[in-house]
Design a protein. Structure first.
Length: 505
C-alpha cells in the first residue's frame, strides 16, 4: 500500500467562486483532484487556506473522485486564536455531499458532524456516526465547511483527504424501529422528543439513551440529531414493546433550530438557509409530507444561531421548556402565553407547548422535562395526534402527574387541550389534581395573567386545587406547578405545566 501526498493552497478570495444555491450565498474553492490507482492503494491530498470574517455560511471544497475508490476519509483542523472578551472566536463545522451535488434539498447529502469531530470516513458498508453509508461513485464530491463564527484575524484551516482504492462492499439494507409499541389503549404516555447521541454532537450512545429513557419512565422518544438522519437505521434493536422510538432530526439553521418529530424513516431535512432566504416553509412542508411534526426548539435560547427567527406560522407545537429550567424557558413560556392570547383574539388555531430534555451527555438528564400525551395508543400516529391537538402537559420527571379539567353546572366537561362550551356567564369549576410535587405551588393562568395562586402542596406532593370562574372572565385556563423560590418577585422554577383548557362557545 502506498501513499501519494500532495498539498495545495486555497489562496486569495479573488480566486474563489461565489454562487447562490437558492439560499444563503456560498463559496466554492478550487478542486482537489485524484488520479486512478491500484486496489488497496491510498492517495492523500492536503489543502490549506484562510477564511475571512464575514465568510458565507457554507464553503464547499470540490473533490474529484475517480473510479475504483472504496473509501473517502477526511480530517481537518483550524486555528483558534485568542480573542478579546465579547468577540467570537473561530468555530468551523464540516460535512460531506456526494457526486449528486450540493443543491438545497437535493439528494447529495452524505453526512454532517458540525464541530463535533475532527475526522470522518464514508464507504459503502459503513460510515462515521453522522454520515451515511453508501456507494462511493466517481464524480465531484464536496466537503462542506460551515464557518459558524470567525475571529477578527480570520480562520486558517487545513483539510486532508485520503482515498482508499479497491472493491466496494455491499451497502446494508436499513432496518428501522417499528411504529408501535405495546400501549395501554387510550392513556397518558410520557416522552422526550429532543435527544442527541454520538451521531451528532452528543456523547451518549444510542443504547445508553434507550436505557436511560426506560429508567426515566418514558414510553417514547424521538431521534433528533443535528442536521443528519444517519442514526435512523441504528435504532431498531433498541426499541421494544415498552419503548416507542420515533425518528426525526433537529434542523439546525443559523436562525434557529426546529425538531422534525416522527418523520418517515430515512428522511433528511436540509438546514442551509436563513429566515431572510424565505425557504423554511418549503422544508416545513417536507417534514409534514414525511409524516412528521414541525416543532421550533428552545425559541429564546441565547446561543449563537439558536434563537428562533422564522415565526410560528408553520409550527405544529413549540418547545417551551428545554432541559433544566432557566430564564430563557421563562421567556419562552411567557411568549407562548402571548400567542395563546393572540389566537383567542384572532379566532385562529393555537399552538400547543412541549418540553424536552435536549440531552447530549452526562450529567444531562434524559426525561427532564418530558411531555405527557393523552393518546389512543402507543403508536407514532396516535402520539403525534395527541401532541398536535395539545392534549398534553409537561413535567420535570415521571414522579409528577397531573389531571386538569374544567366543568360546567350541567355536566359539561373538558380536559387539557379541549374547549368547554358554555355560555359566557355560566359558572365553571377548574380542578387540578397533582402528585409528586412536594411543597410546590399551583397557579392558574388565563388570558389576563395569573388569577389564582394556591398554598404550597404538602410534603407528600399530592393535592387537589379548585378555582371557579366564567368564560367571560377567562378565555382559557392553564395550570402551572412551581417549586418554592427564594425571597423576591420571581416565581420558582417549573415542576410542571399544562396546555390550556379553553372556555366559551
Amino acid at each position: 500500500m502506498c501513499e501519494d501526498d500532495h498539498e495545495q493552497e486555497h489562496a486569495g478570495i479573488g480566486r474563489r467562486a461565489v454562487f447562490v444555491t437558492g439560499a444563503a450565498a456560498a463559496l466554492t474553492l478550487g478542486s482537489v483532484s485524484f488520479a486512478s490507482a491500484a486496489p488497496r492503494e491510498r492517495r492523500t491530498r492536503t489543502v490549506r487556506g484562510t477564511l475571512p470574517p464575514g465568510s458565507p455560511d457554507f464553503v464547499y471544497v470540490p473533490v474529484e473522485v475517480p473510479r475504483g475508490v472504496r473509501e473517502i476519509h477526511v480530517a481537518y483542523s483550524y486555528d483558534r486564536p485568542a480573542v478579546p472578551a465579547g468577540t467570537q472566536g473561530n468555530a468551523l463545522d464540516i460535512g460531506l455531499f456526494d457526486e449528486r451535488g450540493t443543491e438545497l434539498g437535493g439528494r447529495g447529502f452524505r453526512g454532517w458532524s458540525g464541530g463535533a469531530r475532527t475526522e470522518f470516513f464514508v464507504r459503502a458498508d459503513d460510515a462515521t456516526p453522522g454520515y451515511v453509508p453508501g456507494p462511493v461513485r466517481p464524480g465531484t464530491w464536496h466537503i462542506a465547511l460551515g464557518p459558524y463564527t470567525v475571529a477578527p484575524e480570520g480562520m486558517s484551516y487545513e483539510i486532508t483527504v485520503t482515498l482508499t482504492y479497491g472493491e466496494q462492499a455491499e451497502t446494508p439494507r436499513p432496518v428501522y424501529p417499528p411504529e408501535r409499541a405495546r400501549g395501554r389503549g387510550r392513556a397518558w404516555y410520557r416522552g422526550d422528543c429532543h435527544l442527541h447521541s454520538e451521531y451528532s454532537d452528543g456523547r451518549y450512545t444510542l443504547a445508553e439513551i434507550a436505557e436511560l429513557a426506560r429508567a426515566a419512565g418514558l414510553d417514547f422518544i424521538n431521534s433528533s440529531e443535528h442536521n443528519t438522519h444517519s442514526a435512523h437505521a441504528h435504532w431498531a434493536g433498541l426499541a421494544g414493546d415498552d419503548l416507542l422510538i420515533l425518528l426525526g432530526e433537529e434542523v439546525t439553521t443559523r436562525n434557529g433550530h426546529v425538531v422534525a418529530l416522527g418523520t418517515d424513516p430515512g428522511t433528511f431535512v436540509d438546514w442551509r438557509y436563513r429566515a431572510r432566504d424565505n425557504r423554511f416553509g418549503r422544508f416545513a412542508r417536507q417534514i409534514r409530507r414525511a409524516g412528521g411534526l414541525v416543532v421550533p426548539a428552545h425559541p429564546h435560547a441565547t446561543c449563537i444561531g439558536c434563537n428562533w427567527k422564522f415565526g410560528f406560522g408553520e409550527a405544529d407545537a413549540v418547545e417551551v421548556w428545554n432541559g433544566a429550567y432557566t430564564p430563557d424557558d421563562e421567556v419562552a413560556l411567557a411568549d407562548w402565553d402571548g400567542m395563546l392570547v393572540a389566537s383567542v383574539r384572532d379566532g385562529r388555531d393555537w399552538i400547543p407547548a412541549m418540553g424536552s430534555s435536549d440531552s447530549h451527555r452526562s450529567p444531562d438528564v434524559i426525561g427532564r422535562p418530558q411531555t405527557v400525551v393523552l393518546a389512543d395508543d402507543l403508536t407514532r400516529e396516535a402520539i403525534q395526534e395527541g401532541i398536535r391537538a395539545g392534549r398534553s402537559y409537561v413535567a420535570e420527571s415521571s414522579k409528577v402527574s397531573l389531571s386538569f379539567t374544567a366543568s360546567g353546572g350541567r355536566g359539561e366537561h373538558a380536559g387539557i387541550g379541549e374547549r368547554l362550551r358554555v355560555d359566557r356567564d355560566t359558572p365553571v369549576t377548574v380542578r387540578l389534581e397533582v402528585t409528586g410535587a412536594p411543597r410546590c405551588t399551583v397557579r392558574f393562568v388565563t388570558d389576563q395573567g395569573v388569577l389564582f395562586t394556591g398554598d404550597p402542596l404538602p410534603v407528600s406532593g399530592a393535592g387537589t386545587v379548585e378555582w371557579r370562574t366564567t368564560a367571560s372572565y377567562a378565555a382559557y385556563v392553564r395550570a402551572e406547578v412551581r417549586h418554592e423560590t427564594a425571597a423576591g418577585p420571581l416565581p420558582g422554577a417549573l415542576a410542571a405545566f399544562t396546555n390550556p383548557v379553553f372556555l366559551g362557545r
